[in-house]
Design a protein around this ligand. Structure first.
Ligand SMILES: *[C@@H]1O[C@H](CO)[C@@H](O)[C@H](O)[C@H]1NC(C)=O
Ligand SMILES: *[C@@H]1O[C@H](CO)[C@@H](O)[C@H](O)[C@H]1NC(C)=O
Ligand SMILES: *[C@@H]1O[C@H](CO)[C@@H](O)[C@H](O)[C@H]1NC(C)=O
Ligand SMILES: *[C@@H]1O[C@H](CO)[C@@H](O)[C@H](O)[C@H]1NC(C)=O
Length: 224
């Protein structure tokens, strides 16, 4: 029940009731006015990541795949998969980060249990929730986040193993690390990946040839 509530909240209620900018004189229901972004606090990793120095600008749920390759050591228990990037659809969750942070913490694990929407044009996704952008790796191998509120190209800065209680992912191998990235171009200077669910590759390339994807979801926090 809690799961379906969270999804309904995010993909159905949020776009219609929270997204609309109220006019100054509009009367609002109690609680609808508390999307004060300055009050949202990024969740802390078990080994805390360096704290943000900038101002919170945007929070998104990412749902997609972490990509790996065993091309160099195909089907070998000697070699291990190499991370080659990721691709995800981003859903605006800024107001949820303010109004229902506990719901947001649990959302990636719930999102992982719903079908991914990668590669579907935004227009076609419009009934699927508040699609707000895309995350991918560019030709230079840098992570890029393009959203309707801004964009950033980033590079790794710090990481922390996901909590022991994190989702095990569809393959049962656990959740990718929490990260702090630094912006190298674009509108934002810091990006956090937290509340990860899934995305971990097998330890070795045994029975794996070439590139493959592991589904994941996470919450991304962007600071200007
Ligand atoms: C979407 O993100 C913007 C920028 O952070 C925010 O102002 C807006 O309230 C967000 N909408 C929702 C539904 O969270
Ligand atoms: C990652 O996999 C997705 C399919 O899930 C694909 O569309 C994308 O091009 C891949 N990106 C990289 C960097 O390998
Ligand atoms: C985490 O940081 C260590 C040390 O800087 C680095 O070797 C490792 O590749 C990083 N892992 C991830 C997942 O970013
Ligand atoms: C990997 O190698 C094993 C043993 O040589 C073989 O049985 C298996 O079919 C191979 N798997 C793939 C995906 O190539």
């Amino acid at each position: 029940m809690r799961c379906s509530f969270a999804l309904t909240f995010l993909v159905a209620v949020a776009p219609t009731t929270l997204f609309a900018a109220p006019t100054p004189m509009e009367k609002r229901a109690p609680g609808s006015e508390v999307c004060d972004i300055s009050k949202a606090v990024v969740p802390q990793a078990p080994t805390p990541l360096p704290a943000p120095t900038g101002t919170l600008a945007y929070v998104a749920i990412g749902r997609g795949t972490q990509n790996y390759t065993c091309a160099a050591t195909p089907n070998s228990s000697e070699g291990s998969p190499k991370a080659i990037g990721a691709m995800a659809t981003l859903y605006n969750a800024t107001c949820t980060a303010v109004q229902a942070p506990m719901v947001l913490n649990d959302t990636p694990a719930i999102a992982l249990k719903t079908p991914p929407t990668i590669g579907v044009p935004v227009e076609k996704e419009s009934t699927d929730g508040p699609v707000s952008g895309h995350h991918y790796f560019n030709a230079a191998g840098s992570p890029v986040f393009e959203t309707e509120y801004g964009w950033v190209q980033a590079k790794g800065f710090a990481n922390s193993t996901a909590p022991a209680t994190a989702d095990k992912g569809k393959n049962g191998l656990g959740s990718v690390a929490w990260l702090k990235l630094l912006g190298t171009a674009g509108d934002w200077k810091e990006v956090y990946r937290v509340d990860t669910a899934g995305g971990v590759a097998p330890k070795t390339c045994a029975n794996i040839e070439g590139t493959f994807e592991v589904e994941y979801a996470a919450v991304y926090w962007f600071y200007a």
